[in-house]
Design a protein around this ligand. Structure first.
Ligand SMILES: *Cc1c(COP(=O)(O)O)cnc(C)c1O
Length: 451
């Protein structure tokens, strides 16, 4: 547990008991600043908290996500960011609405896509950009942020860091495996941002980032990550889980703990939700559903039908931002389970095919008058299965992206339904800049050494 005022400390998932394959030396614990700057622990593991901080009761009276974030993140960070600075960062980062929409009955959708790049990744990326900038302003120096993206993280990070002096961004996305609209968002020319289309899948991109972060030849080049391997992601993403519970009670009169359905790929979002509900003083009784597409390793692991680290190849699906064969954050979840958290009681899984996803888009539009993005539809299909199995308590699905980002999929599901979003239309006329990259750590090393 952390000492008063100094904030929670972090340790590598691979430190200590050696239960994780590939575990090497035992690294010590680090504070928020070091975990944020490093991205990945030196032994290749992910940073996890050494304990959960107490959440002060005042979280229940917060009037905005930014205010709630102040209470929550002060508990986690101590004085790592001075109070006034933290509040300013949150007010600036969380300056868009987070509506909880009723679909009728006990079914709700929490819309996380009202940020500038229209996906929930804006929460993590905007907080992380501002927090890094604040830390670098104090210590001096520059950083290069490496981002592997399955579609949405990259643009959120590029937009989040835009105009920040001390940081360059390098985006890696799998060529041909993001939606055309996402690709446009990823490749619009921005100062300080370089985009690479990798000849491979998202897992290849993720491997390249991990290899670069651990590459002795690149040590001292000021590299960090902005994927959900970075603590800068799960910390701010906890905020909207708590905000959803407040909204459920205040706006809809529902005080029973809901089931929260999380459309999942790399499992960073689910990890944040679990952490938020494990905090002493936080909400009790919340349960989760990890809703995956055909890349359903984690649901199978939960059902004891897959061994830890027995990862299958990635499959391309209609919910491409969740096309992750080897979810990074599984290592954090596995660590929770090893620490005694009853993961299989708190979380159930669902694996949803593309056919069921497309049908769910059409059905939700027809029956509820609501048009979800393909990722949100995977969550809505998991909800429909729960209802069919007789579960009747309150449930909320996280709506992870705006449907206008995926017009091709919506057109397949429901011809003529594809909505437009003004902020995306503006991109059509902007210049793009992108280079190709083989899925080879040496090629990325060369790029980074030249930069
Ligand atoms: C990233 C993403 C997901 C998956 O989130 P994880 O934290 O990787 O599990 C789901 N939906 C959308 C739209 C995304 O961009």
């Amino acid at each position: 547990m952390s000492g008063a005022g100094t904030g929670v400390r972090y340790v590598s998932t691979r430190a200590g008991d050696g239960a994780v394959p590939g575990a090497s030396d035992t690294s010590g614990t680090v504070d928020f600043r070091e975990a944020l700057l490093r991205g990945l622990a030196p032994d290749g593991g992910l940073y996890v908290p050494t304990g959960f901080p107490h959440l002060p009761a005042e979280w229940r009276t917060a009037r905005s996500p930014a205010e709630l974030g102040g209470t929550l993140l002060r508990a986690w960070l101590g004085d790592a960011l001075p109070e006034g600075e933290l509040d300013a960062i949150l007010a600036d980062a969380f300056d868009f609405p987070v509506p909880l929409v009723s679909l009728g009955g006990n079914d709700f959708v929490l819309e996380l896509f009202h940020g500038p790049t229209l996906a929930f990744k804006d929460f993590g990326a905007r907080f992380q950009a501002r927090a890094l900038d604040a830390l670098l302003a104090r210590t001096g120096g520059r950083l290069t942020v490496l981002v592997a993206t399955s579609g949405d993280t990259g643009s959120a990070v590029a937009a989040g860091f835009a105009g920040r002096e001390r940081v360059d961004v390098v985006l890696l996305y799998p060529r041909g495996r993001v939606s055309p609209m996402q690709e446009r968002q990823l490749t619009v020319a921005r100062p300080g941002v370089s985009s690479f289309a990798v000849e491979g899948n998202f897992d290849d991109c993720q491997r390249l980032v991990k290899a670069a972060l651990g590459d002795p030849e690149l040590a001292g080049r000021g590299l960090t990550s902005a994927n959900s391997i970075n603590v800068g992601r799960f910390l701010p993403q906890q905020v909207y889980y708590l905000w959803a519970l407040l909204s459920l009670e205040r706006d809809h009169g529902v005080s029973a703990a809901p089931r929260v359905i999380v459309p999942s790929g790399n499992l960073g979002n689910l990890t944040a939700g679990l952490y938020a509900t494990l905090l002493p003083g936080g909400p009790a009784g919340v349960r989760f559903v990890a809703a995956h597409n055909a890349n359903d390793y984690f649901p199978r692991w939960l059902a004891r039908a897959a061994e830890a680290f027995d990862y299958p190849a990635t499959v391309a699906t209609a919910s491409n931002a969740m096309d992750v064969g080897a979810p990074s954050n599984f290592e954090r979840l596995e660590h929770l389970a090893r620490s005694g958290v009853p993961l299989r009681e708190l979380v159930t899984g669902a694996g949803v095919s593309d056919a069921a996803t497309l049908q769910r888009i059409a059905a939700t539009h027809g029956e509820r008058g609501y048009l979800p993005c393909p990722h949100t539809a995977v969550g809505l299909e998991a909800l429909a299965r729960l209802r069919a199995a007789g579960a009747d308590g309150p449930a909320l699905v996280l709506a992870t992206a705006h449907p206008a980002k995926f017009p091709e999929v919506l057109e397949r599901a429901l011809p003529g339904s594809a909505p437009v979003a003004a902020s995306l239309e503006e991109l059509r006329d902007m210049p793009v800049k992108v280079s190709g990259l083989p899925p080879d750590p040496a090629a990325l090393r060369e790029v980074l050494l030249k930069a």
